[in-house]
Design a protein around this ligand. Structure first.
Ligand SMILES: NC(=O)c1ccc[n+]([C@@H]2O[C@H](COP(=O)([O-])OP(=O)(O)OC[C@H]3O[C@@H](n4cnc5c(N)ncnc54)[C@H](O)[C@@H]3O)[C@@H](O)[C@H]2O)c1
Length: 335
């Protein structure tokens, strides 16, 4: 099987490396419009070949992965599905809800499989949490807590185009938490502050925030997120139900120090960033992608479901600015 990767920047290079390591993949084709970038990436990566043109990439690939800047996703995704090539598109597939809704309709009309790169859905522990919830092992869900804190802020030049903390950082848990609970969110409340650096205020953004989600059945979720954690990158999801209480992301590398006797002490091996924390998820994401391309498994992260996280991120931003809860249209992802 040949898989094409469009965009060999930060995340595209990582995906290409993981794809090249899979036994099912014979060759990974790399395309990037920046002259020499694909050739340079290919030179350091056995099993890959640079290609000069996106159309040629589509013609030569059984499946294609889009790891390009977000504003290029709608046009490239339209080209890929028009060519009938199953695609994994990095999140988000579009940056506003109206455009994304139109794109989802087009994707579904094409009948071509499109996966969205929400890596938590592919993380073995988060996936197991999802399986146990669906199997009834957690019972009725009372509460979900999601924690997502970067170790260090991004380059400040990135902030004005990032879409703000909810579209950029919280979007992953705004996808994962409703996916785990399996019910529509009916109300959102969000609050944020600038505590880390003035650059966030200058970009009309915040660097620490909390979100409260209320689900149709009455369960709540609290999400916290921020741009600085002195001990490392911290991502956990905890679910408390009527039968069990489970967590994903609490392990020997969690950047957290317990004050209990014999408790965990954060050390130099704490996760420095999301690539390390989600390494197994990214590996598994590529493996599932090629299995979807081969028609062996169902798509676990379809385009339509990504409407939910964007709707919630937009509602969080509105709530944070108004200071009031926002009621939601629960039919946003319905056909
Ligand atoms: N799922 C995750 O964990 C995760 C993490 C980081 C980034 N992302 C997403 O991945 C995407 C890329 O982010 P990044 O940080 O790797 O960006 P980046 O800027 O490091 O890389 C983007 C690459 O795409 C290339 N490019 C630009 N236009 C192109 C086009 N028309 N065709 C092909 N290549 C093109 C650029 O030259 C660059 O090499 C973004 O949508 C981002 O939201 C997802």
């Amino acid at each position: 099987m040949r898989i094409g990767v469009a965009g060999v920047g930060r995340i595209g290079t990582m995906h290409a490396t993981n794809l090249a390591a899979l036994a099912q993949v014979d060759e990974v084709l790399l395309f990037d419009p920046v002259s020499g970038r694909a050739a340079q990436a290919s030179a350091g990566l056995p099993g890959t070949t640079a290609i000069d043109d996106f159309d040629d990439l589509l013609k030569s690939s059984d499946g294609v992965l889009l790891a390009t800047p977000t504003n290029t996703h709608p046009a490239l995704l339209r080209e890929a599905v028009a060519a009938g090539v199953p695609t994994l598109c990095e999140k988000p597939i579009a940056s506003d809800l109206a455009e994304m809704t139109k794109l989802v309709e087009e994707v579904e009309a094409s009948g071509v499989e499109v996966l969205v790169g929400f890596q938590r859905r592919f993380d073995p522990a988060v996936f197991e949490l999802h399986r146990r919830i669906r199997a009834g092992e957690v019972g009725d869900i009372y509460l979900v807590r999601a924690i997502g804190h970067d170790a260090n802020p991004p380059d400040f030049g990135y902030l004005p185009a990032s879409g703000g903390i909810f579209r950029d950082l919280f979007i992953h848990d705004l996808d994962a938490v409703p996916w785990l609970v399996g019910e529509p969110v009916v109300e959102v409340y969000a609050s944020g502050s600038v505590l880390v650096h003035q650059a966030f205020a200058d970009a009309d953004d915040v660097d620490n925030a909390v979100v409260l989600l209320k689900f149709a059945g009455g369960a709540h979720a609290t999400l916290s997120g921020g741009r600085h954690d002195p001990l490392g990158y911290d991502h956990r999801i905890e679910v408390l139900g009527s039968k069990d209480s489970l967590t994903a992301g609490l392990d020997a590398r969690t950047p957290l120090t317990s004050l209990e006797p014999g408790g965990h002490v954060a050390g130099p091996d704490a996760y420095p960033g999301f690539p390390e924390r989600f390494h197994r998820a990214y590996m598994n994401e590529m493996s599932v992608f090629v299995d979807v391309v081969a028609g062996k498994v169902a798509n676990p992260s379809p385009a339509r479901e990504s409407l939910i996280s964007l709707q919630l991120a937009e509602a969080c931003e509105a709530s944070r600015r108004s200071g009031a809860p926002v009621r939601l249209d629960t039919k946003v992802a319905s056909k």
